[in-house]
Design a protein around this ligand. Structure first.
Ligand code: HEM
Length: 503
């Protein structure tokens, strides 16, 4: 080997060594942050900080911070510091601080710390990722789409979407086949959101390869490329933005853009008016004073798809799982369904579903135990003094509230792993601090689709429980464990239910 080549490799080696040393020094410097602030903290490990999973999935917005929460509560701390890789994050454990951050002092915490790329991916700028004044205006424009009156308007469309699901269940019951309940309700959710947001009949039950269902899976599919994008966006979001890293795979955005464009053209050409989300969004787009662009329309339809389908299917499948384990509670829900339907001449109307208060208690209890969005995150926009403490939080630090940890905290919910809908009867609810129940978030940035999520979940549950007694199949898991490293709820196990026709 020539001496030039030896010199080159030596220099390259030295260069890589220096870069690695700089990175290591940067991490170590960052790991001093919480000590310098006088905040109790968990000891971080290079390079993951306090994330538990090894590898690209390591993430602080999943259930890993349930352990952080428990550690801080053990020492009586109302908040505590941890690190996601090299980034310091503050986890809150006191409901009074939840209220301050989410509601009272919202102006300091208006944004989520969620990666997005407005320049390279303008079609995925949506309400969830929008910041500051853009978010405020967008929320103002979209709020009228989610009122009770609009839900009532869409109710019949959603009800109709439950028919293919019931056909599928009928076949399973007839053949005595155990049902993968998560798959069934996910197909129902896809049909619902496809119908009300895209104006399409998705036919998710018609074939295993129904294209909308495929796209739903594609969004969260983990590939080497998506993992690389993920890690880049988490470690150096500025560079990721410049490199054009997107949140959502391009193939998904393109698919949805084409479908929405075709549907809009078809509706305009044929003068079709259907009272659904898409129609309301087209209304916003067409009215000049709203400043609601075509990209805004696309971005928010895609968001409704993502935000609506996984959250609602988790709610439905977990409720059914818990009810299958507890026949007494299940019978009580069924009795309520029958008695309310009788009052409404057997018709499942919008008013009838709203009268089913015990069913609603069951849904609330499910969301306590299995909140589909496992963390609320807020980005500190300007230095903020936490009351009754010495902590002045710096701009740029993310504050986390673990919806899972608070829902399973025995201080607020004795025997927290027990499914008990009575926790949500009106007396018990009134006796509890409302900020220890946060499955839909709170404050000006709470879930805009709450009513819709509850409505579609209730419709599916009522139809299933009205017709079938459900039990856990002998081959199924009897307990669900939560997957680590994911932002939205996923269970590690598959639940299979047996169905027995109600006579
Ligand atoms: C049971 C079902 C659902 C649950 C548990 C749920 C939960 C949540 C949570 C926890 C947040 C964050 C709130 C915060 O940071 O304070 C959120 C935000 C959001 N959700 Fe939902 N969601 C559900 C259904 C839906 C549906 C059906 C839609 C739309 C069709 C939707 C659209 C949104 C949007 C757009 C946001 C962002 C709001 C903003 O930043 O202003 N969600 N959801």
């Amino acid at each position: 080997m020539s001496t030039y080549l030896v010199d080159f490799f030596l220099l390259l080696f030295l260069f890589i060594l220096v870069v690695l040393l700089i990175i290591y020094a940067y991490f170590q410097y960052s790991y001093c942050y919480w000590k310098s602030k006088g905040v109790p903290y968990l000891k971080p490990k290079f390079p993951l900080g306090n994330n538990e999973l090894v590898g690209f999935e390591a993430y602080s917005y999943g259930i890993e911070n349930v352990r952080w929460y428990q550690e801080f509560k053990k020492i009586g701390a109302k908040f505590g510091g941890a690190w996601s890789w090299a980034t310091p994050v503050l986890l809150l454990t006191d409901p009074e601080y939840y209220k301050d951050v989410l509601v009272k002092d919202f102006r300091y915490f208006i944004n989520r710390d969620f990666y997005h790329n407005p320049k390279f991916d303008p079609k995925n700028e949506n309400l969830f990722v929008a910041v500051n004044e853009d978010w405020r205006q967008l929320r103002h424009k979209l709020s009228p789409i989610f009122t009770s009156a609009k839900m009532k308007m869409m109710y019949e469309l959603v009800l109709k979407c439950s028919e293919p699901m019931m056909d599928r269940l009928r076949k399973h019951a007839k053949n005595n086949n155990a049902v993968d309940i998560r798959e069934v309700v996910a197909s129902f959710s896809t049909d619902v959101i496809g119908c009300v947001a895209f104006g399409l009949e998705c036919k998710s039950f018609a074939s295993e390869e129904a294209v909308f269902r495929k796209m739903g899976k594609e969004i969260f599919r983990s590939t080497p490329k998506s993992k690389l994008f993920l890690v880049l966006s988490r470690l150096c979001s500025d560079t990721a933005q410049k490199l054009g890293v997107n949140n959502i795979p391009e193939v998904v955005t393109q698919f949805f853009t084409e479908i929405i464009t075709e549907t809009i053209q078809y509706r305009q050409k044929n003068g079709i008016k259907i009272q659904d989300f898409l129609d309301l969004l087209i209304g916003l787009y067409e009215s000049k004073e709203n400043n609601f662009s075509f990209n805004d329309l696309i971005g928010n339809v895609i968001l409704f798809f993502i935000a609506g389908f996984d959250t609602s299917s988790a709610t439905m499948s977990c409720t059914l799982f818990e009810l299958a384990k507890q026949p007494t509670i299940q019978n009580k829900v069924r009795d309520e369904i029958y008695s309310v339907l009788k009052k409404h001449q057997g018709k499942l109307t919008y008013d009838a579903f709203q009268e089913m208060t015990y069913l609603r208690q069951c849904i609330d209890e499910t969301l306590r135990m299995y909140p589909p969005v496992q963390n609320l995150a807020r980005f500190c926009e300007k230095p903020y003094k936490f009351k009754n403490s010495n902590l002045i939080l710096d701009k740029g630090i993310t504050v986390l509230i673990s919806t899972v940890a608070v829902g399973r905290d025995p201080e607020y919910y004795p025997n927290p792993d027990l499914f008990d809908p009575e926790r949500f009867n009106s007396a018990n609810k009134a006796a509890r601090n409302p900020f220890v129940y946060l499955p839909f978030g709170e404050g000006p940035r709470h879930c805009i689709g709450k009513r819709f999520g509850i409505m579609q979940s209730s419709i599916a549950l009522i139809n299933i429980l009205k017709n079938y007694k459900i039990s856990i199949s002998p081959n199924s898991t009897r307990s669900i464990t939560l997957k680590k490293g994911v932002f939205l709820f996923q269970s590690n196990e598959t639940v299979y239910l047996n169905l027995e026709k109600v006579q």
